[in-house]
Design a protein. Structure first.
Length: 268
């Protein structure tokens, strides 16, 4: 039983924002794999989805090796997280469905965690970066795929390939708007409007996050300041206790001397 659950996280560990982000990307990747496996797609849409799947796999692979590098016991980390590495291999299609285990693992973790809001609030920077990562990949995936589908084969359309769709999405979401590629259909205009709104919101969050890095004090600095204050208070309290102890010892010594003097004084 223990061997079957080695890849599961420990129940007492609360999920981090990046673990939740990897779960969302795993879900998106599984959807892409299912579409590639069962949907009838033209060659360019198929190439686009393969590119999206490869990009997500690279994110998984990077996350795995970063955590492996940071792990104290690397052998133990590999034993418990080998499924993550297997699911990150993009070239072998049957292994892609192994990402379902990533989703099931984090869902199990969520069910065993009483509160997710408090850990996420405590890790606001990680939560922000994880949310931006998931939002970027999701917007790029859906916008480029939908734009390629609605614009393909339309007269006067200039978005014909996977590269065209990805480039248009990147330019639009960044609100640069070069104008070299643009939608010509009504559906394409609607998609473009949604992507523009998402792009403005997206980079607004990034601007706020970058500002917080320079303005708001780092959490580690706060903890260090609090620790220094606590240490100073403890030193002051110990100093007062030592001073009081010295006074008490002097008083006790004085009382002993008075008692001895009274004993030595002859009674009349």
């Amino acid at each position: 039983m223990a061997d079957k659950k080695r890849w599961l996280l420990h129940p007492e560990q609360a999920p981090t924002p990046f673990q939740l982000a990897m779960m969302m990307l795993s879900l998106l990747s599984v959807i892409v794999v299912l579409v590639l496996s069962f949907a009838s797609l033209d060659s360019e849409t198929n190439r686009l989805l393969l590119f999206v799947d490869f990009s997500i796999c690279m994110i998984f692979m990077t996350y795995f090796f970063v955590n492996l590098f940071r792990a104290e016991n690397k052998i133990d980390y590999i034993k418990h997280n080998w499924i993550d590495f297997v699911a990150s291999i993009p070239a072998i299609e049957p292994l892609r469905l192994a990402r379902l285990f990533q989703i099931l693992r984090v869902i199990r973790l969520i069910r065993m965690t009483q509160s997710l809001i408090i850990p996420i609030i405590k890790q606001r920077r990680q939560a922000t970066l994880a949310s931006l990562l998931v939002a970027m990949v999701t917007i790029l995936t859906f916008a480029s795929v939908l734009m390629l589908i609605v614009e393909a084969g339309v007269p006067d359309a200039n978005i014909h390939t996977a590269e065209d769709a990805i480039w248009w999405t990147l330019v639009t979401i960044s609100t640069v708007g070069y104008g070299d590629y643009y939608p010509v259909t009504a559906s394409g205009h609607v998609i473009g409007g949604v992507v523009i709104i998402c792009g403005v919101s997206f980079f607004g969050v990034i601007s706020g996050y970058m500002a917080s890095l320079f303005i708001a004090p780092d959490e580690a600095e706060k903890l260090e300041t609090q620790s220094q204050q606590i240490r100073c208070e403890l030193h002051e309290a110990l100093a007062r206790m030592e001073a009081n102890q010295g006074v008490l010892m002097e008083q006790i010594t004085q009382l002993k001397q008075e008692l001895e003097e009274k004993k030595d004084t002859p009674k009349h």
